[in-house]
Design a binder for this molecule. Sequence first.
Ligand code: GUN
Length: 283
Amino acid sequence: MTAQLIDGNALAKKIRAEVAERAAALTARGHTPGLAVVLVGDDPASQVYVSHKVKDCETSGVRSVLDRFPASMPEADLLKRIDELNRDDSIHGILVQMPVPKHIDPQKVIAAIDPLKDVDGFSILSAGALASGLPGFKSCTPYGCMKMIETTGVNLKGKHAVVIGRSNTVGKPMAQLLLQANATVTICHSGTVDLCQHTRQADVVVAAVGRRNTLTADMVKPGAVIIDVGMNRNDEGKLCGDVDFAGVSQVAGFITPVPGGVGPMTRAMLLVNTIEAAERKHP
Ligand code: GUN
C-alpha cells in the first residue's frame, strides 16, 4: 500500500485565503486584525520562524508588528512590553517566540499575555478551556493536525488515536482535541514500555517527540493516518520528521510529509486564531 499524502502547504494556502477574506471584512468595518510577534535573542531557527509568521500576515491582510529585542533584555522589560501590547486596541493577538533566553521564565511570559490575545493557546486558561470543552484558543500545531486529519475524511468517532509525546504545547492539547472528536486516545511518552504495542493498534498516530525514526513501518497498522509533527535533521543535514517516511508510507493510508506537512499548518492556524481574536473583539 502507498499512503496518500496530506499536503500541508496546499491546505495552509486554502486556510490563508479564508483568513484573508475574514481579514478584509474586518478591515472594511475599520478593525484591521493585528498580530504582535515578539522575538528576544538571536536564535537562528526562531528568526526564520518569526519571519515566516510575519510574511504570512502580509499575504493574509493581517497587520503584524515585529518586536525584536536583544538576548540581554531583562525579564521585567519583556513583561512591561507585553503589558503595553495587552492594552493596545489595534493588537488582537500576541505571540512571544519560544524559547526565550534562560534568564527569562517562559511561564511568567505566557501568563502575562492577556488570555483574549493568547493566539498561541499556550496559557493555563487556554489549556483549561480546551480540557473543559469551553471556547478558547487552541494550540496552533494540534489545531493544524486536526484540520489535516479532517481532510482524510476519516471519522474519528470510536477510532483509536495514539499521540506520541506529552508536551504542553503539542502532545497534551492534541490528545484533548482527539478526545473531543470522540476518538479513544492513548498518550505515549518516554516512560511508555512497549510503544509498538500501542501504535500497531492505532487508526491515527500523531508523532510529536523530536526524534527521527521514532515510528517505523513495523509499528503501523495498515491504512492508518500518520501525522508527523517532528522537525529534525538527518545525517545529511536534511529536514526530517519523527516518522520514517519512506517505510511508513508503504503501510499507512495517509501521511504528512516533512517539510510541507504540519509546519505550514501551524502557521496557518496562528492566523486563524488571530482572526478569531479580532472577530471576538469586534463581533
Ligand atoms: N517556538 C516554536 N514553535 C513555536 C510556536 O508555535 N509559538 C511560539 N510562541 N514559539 C514557538
